[in-house]
Design a protein around this ligand. Structure first.
Ligand SMILES: C[S@@+](CC[C@H](N)C(=O)[O-])C[C@H]1O[C@@H](n2cnc3c(N)ncnc32)[C@H](O)[C@@H]1O
Length: 325
C-alpha cells in the first residue's frame, strides 16, 4: 500500500545531502506517502529523531499505519501546514539539523477521486490538501472571483497564455450553472481552446487553481522565512520543486540569505546589519537521472536545492550573539 501511495523523488541524493548527523533532529514538512521520511528514519533510528508534517489528513493517516510502533519515539507525525509546523517547532524550542520540503502533490492526491486535482476524471472541484482548512476551494474561486482576478491567477500561477479567454469562458459558464466538478471546469476550457492545445492548457489551468486553493507560493515563502532561522548551525535545508515558480522563490531566497552586507558600495561602514544565514550547497540545482525519470515520469521536472545554515560571526551582527543554537 505504502509503495503505491507515491514514489519518492531523488531519494538517495536528497537524503544524502540532508542527513549529516545520524544523532540529529530532522524535519520532513511534506510527509506524503512517507518515502523520504522512512529513508531518514532508517539513518537516525535509535540515535536521532524525525518530526514529520503534512497538511493532508490522508497523509497523516497513512503515516500512522506505516510507522506504527515507532510513532512518538523516533518519529513524531502531525497534521500541519508549513507555517503551523514552524510555530510548533519554535514553540517547543526545537532547532533542526535538517529540514526537507518535497513540494507539490503526492501521486495519491493526484489520483484521488475526492480532491479534484485531475481533469481526467469527474469529481468535485476542491483541490485543498486539507478540506477543513477554512480556505476557499477551487470551486469557490472559480465561482466567485471576477474575470480579471481569474485571468491574473491563471497567468501568475499557470503561466497560461490564454488566461483572459479562459477566465471569460469560466464566467460565462458559471452564469448558467455553478461550476462544481472537474468536468464543469474542463467544459469551460474546452469551449474556447482548440483540441490540439487542450491537454497542456488543462494542465496549466488545474495547476494554477491548485496553487491558489492551497496558497502554495505564500506557504513556501512563509516556510523559507520560518525554517531558516530555526535551523541549527550547520543544519541543512533541502527543497525539491516541480515548477519554475517554486524554484525561482527558493533560488532567490537562498541567494538573498547567502549575502551579508547589502549597503551601497559608497558606504564606508556597514549600516544594514544584514546577516548571512545560508551557504548554498547546490550552485546548480540537482535533477533526477534519466533512469529515474524513465522509472518515475512524475520526477521529470524535479529540482533539488540545498543550503546550509551558517552563523554570521562579524561583531555586532545578530548571528554573532547566538549560542550554537
Ligand atoms: C510530493 S508530496 C511528498 C511526498 C513524500 N516526500 C514521499 O516520499 O512520499 C508533497 C506533500 O506535501 C504536502 N504539502 C504541500 N504543501 C504543503 C504545505 N504548505 N503544508 C503542509 N503540507 C504540504 C502535500 O499534502 C503532499 O502530501
Amino acid at each position: 500500500m505504502a509503495g503505491s501511495y507515491h514514489i519518492p523523488v531523488m531519494l538517495r541524493e536528497t537524503v544524502e545531502m540532508l542527513v549529516h548527523d545520524a544523532g540529529g533532529t530532522y524535519v520532513d514538512g511534506t510527509l506524503g506517502g512517507g518515502g523520504h521520511a522512512a529513508a531518514i528514519l532508517e539513518i537516525v533510528r535509535g540515535k536521532g529523531r524525525l518530526f514529520a508534517f503534512d497538511a493532508d489528513p490522508g497523509a497523516i493517516a497513512n503515516a500512522r499505519e506505516r510507522f506504527g510502533e515507532e510513532l512518538g519515539h523516533g518519529i513524531v507525525v502531525r497534521q500541519a501546514y508549513f507555517s503551523q509546523a514552524v510555530e510548533m517547532l519554535a514553540g517547543e524550542g526545537i532547532a533542526p539539523d535538517g529540514v526537507l520540503l518535497d513540494l507539490g502533490v503526492s501521486s495519491r492526491q493526484l489520483d484521488s477521486d475526492q480532491i479534484g486535482l485531475s481533469y481526467r476524471q469527474e469529481m468535485p472541484l476542491d483541490m485543498r490538501f486539507d478540506m477543513n482548512s477554512g480556505r476557499s476551494s477551487a470551486a469557490d474561486i472559480v465561482n466567485n472571483e471576477s474575470a480579471e482576478d481569474l485571468a491574473t491567477l491563471l497567468r501568475r500561477y499557470g503561466e497560461e497564455p490564454a488566461a483572459w479567454t479562459i477566465a471569460r469562458a469560466i464566467v460565462r459558464r458559471r452564469s448558467a450553472k455553478a461550476i462544481a466538478t472537474t468536468a464543469d471546469l474542463r467544459g469551460a476550457v474546452e469551449s474556447v481552446i482548440p483540441e490540439r492545445f487542450l491537454i497542456k492548457t488543462l494542465s496549466r489551468v488545474f495547476q494554477a487553481l491548485r496553487i491558489a486553493a492551497n496558497d502554495e507560493l505564500g506557504e513556501l515563502e512563509r516556510a523559507l522565512d520560518g525554517f531558516i532561522p530555526l535551523l541549527r548551525r550547520g543544519g541543512r535545508f533541502a527543497i525539491l520543486t516541480y515548477h519554475s515558480l517554486e524554484d525561482r522563490i527558493v533560488k532567490e531566497k537562498f541567494r538573498e540569505e547567502e549575502r551579508d552586507c547589502i549597503c551601497p558600495p559608497e558606504f564606508p561602514v556597514c549600516r544594514c546589519s544584514k546577516e548571512r544565514r545560508l551557504k548554498i550547497m547546490t550552485r546548480k540545482p540537482l535533477v533526477p537521472t534519466a533512469g529515474e525519470v524513465e522509472r518515475n515520469p512524475r520526477a521529470r521536472s524535479a529540482k533539488l536545492r540545498v543550503a546550509e545554515r551558517v552563523i554570521d560571526e562579524r561583531p555586532g551582527h545578530a548571528g554573532s550573539r547566538s549560542v550554537d543554537n
